[in-house]
Every structure is written in structure tokens, then in C-alpha cells.
Design a protein around this ligand. Structure first.
Ligand code: INI
Length: 156
């Protein structure tokens, strides 16, 4: 039998930072509610969770990088909503935010969960913020819990 390493999903004792975009807040506030619900259902206490609000998704990577370098959190959860507009502005923001988050994760070793929605319409955004397609904030938080546990296990 090969050796298999699969991390648990307990958030007990872990510290999380949520970086939340204020842009499209009617969607991102729902993502935040989902992420908080997931963390607390998996055993996190309010005192283990820090929420940092930023103007838009473009500002998430710098904030995540600053938080990651402080080494006070086991994982960071990035929440935003970049909705398709009439120009390619949204594509640039979504691509740069994603690249930035990958860079933070690789350079600091702190897991960053990608919870930035990139829907083509407002309807698609609503579907992913607690309705038809679930809540992507909840999903991102679950990924953050698993990765925080996995990194602890691999480093021990
Ligand atoms: N920020 C978002 O989070 N979502 C968007 O859809 C969006 N659009 O489309 O413009 C957006 N723009 C703001 C951007 O993130 C920065 O806050 C702004 O450019 C200032 O740097």
C-alpha cells in the first residue's frame, strides 16, 4: 500500500484571515457569511478569525501578502466578485488578482484560498453566493481549512 497523506477538516486551533473586497459588496457580503459559517461549523472560534476589508479584488493580493508575511495566520481566504462588464477591465483585474494570490502562496508558504468569483453576469454571481450553485465563500473556507491542516502535517 502506498503511503497516503490526507489532511483533516477541523478548524479548531487554526487562525484564518479573510481578505474581503468591498466592490460588489451585495455579493461579497454573502461570500463572507458563507466563509464564516464554514469556519465556525468546522470548529473555529471568532477569536481565530480576522476579516480585512479592501476596496476591490485588485487590492486583495497585496493585503494577503502583507498578512502572510506576518505569519500570524495558518491560511488566508480571498473573497471578491469580478463581474463581466462592457470592457476587458474585469478580465485584467481577475487575472492579476489570481496571479497575485498564487505568488503570495508560493513565496510565503501560507495557503491562500481563491474565493474571487469571475461570473459573466450578475445572475451567475448570485447563483454562486448562496443560491443555486452553493456559496463559493463556504467552498473557499473549506479549502483553506484542509490546506492549513495539510501544511501543518507536511511540515511536522
Ligand atoms: N473590483 C472588483 O472586485 N470587482 C469588479 O468587478 C471590479 N470592476 O469590474 O471594476 C473591480 N474594480 C475595482 C478594482 O478591484 C480596484 O479596487 C480599483 O481599480 C482601484 O485599484
Amino acid at each position: 500500500m502506498p503511503q497516503e497523506i490526507a489532511a483533516g477538516l477541523s478548524a479548531s486551533g487554526l487562525r484564518f484571515a479573510i481578505v474581503l473586497s468591498r466592490f460588489n459588496s451585495f455579493i461579497t457580503d454573502q461570500l463572507l457569511a458563507g466563509a464564516l459559517d464554514c469556519l465556525t461549523r468546522h470548529g473555529a472560534k471568532d477569536s481565530q478569525i480576522t476579516v480585512v476589508r479592501v476596496p476591490g479584488s485588485f487590492e486583495i493580493p497585496l493585503t494577503a501578502s502583507t498578512l502572510a508575511r506576518r505569519k500570524r495566520h495558518d491560511a488566508i481566504i480571498a473573497l471578491g466578485a469580478v463581474i463581466k462588464g462592457a470592457t476587458s477591465h474585469d478580465e485584467l483585474i481577475a487575472a492579476e488578482a489570481t496571479k497575485g494570490l498564487t505568488q503570495v502562496m508560493i513565496e510565503t508558504g501560507i495557503p491562500v484560498a481563491h474565493g474571487i468569483l469571475t461570473p459573466s453576469s450578475l445572475e451567475q454571481a448570485i447563483e454562486r453566493a448562496g443560491t443555486k450553485m452553493g456559496n463559493k465563500g463556504w467552498d473557499a473556507a473549506l479549502g483553506a481549512i484542509e490546506m492549513a491542516n495539510l501544511m501543518k502535517e507536511l511540515r511536522s
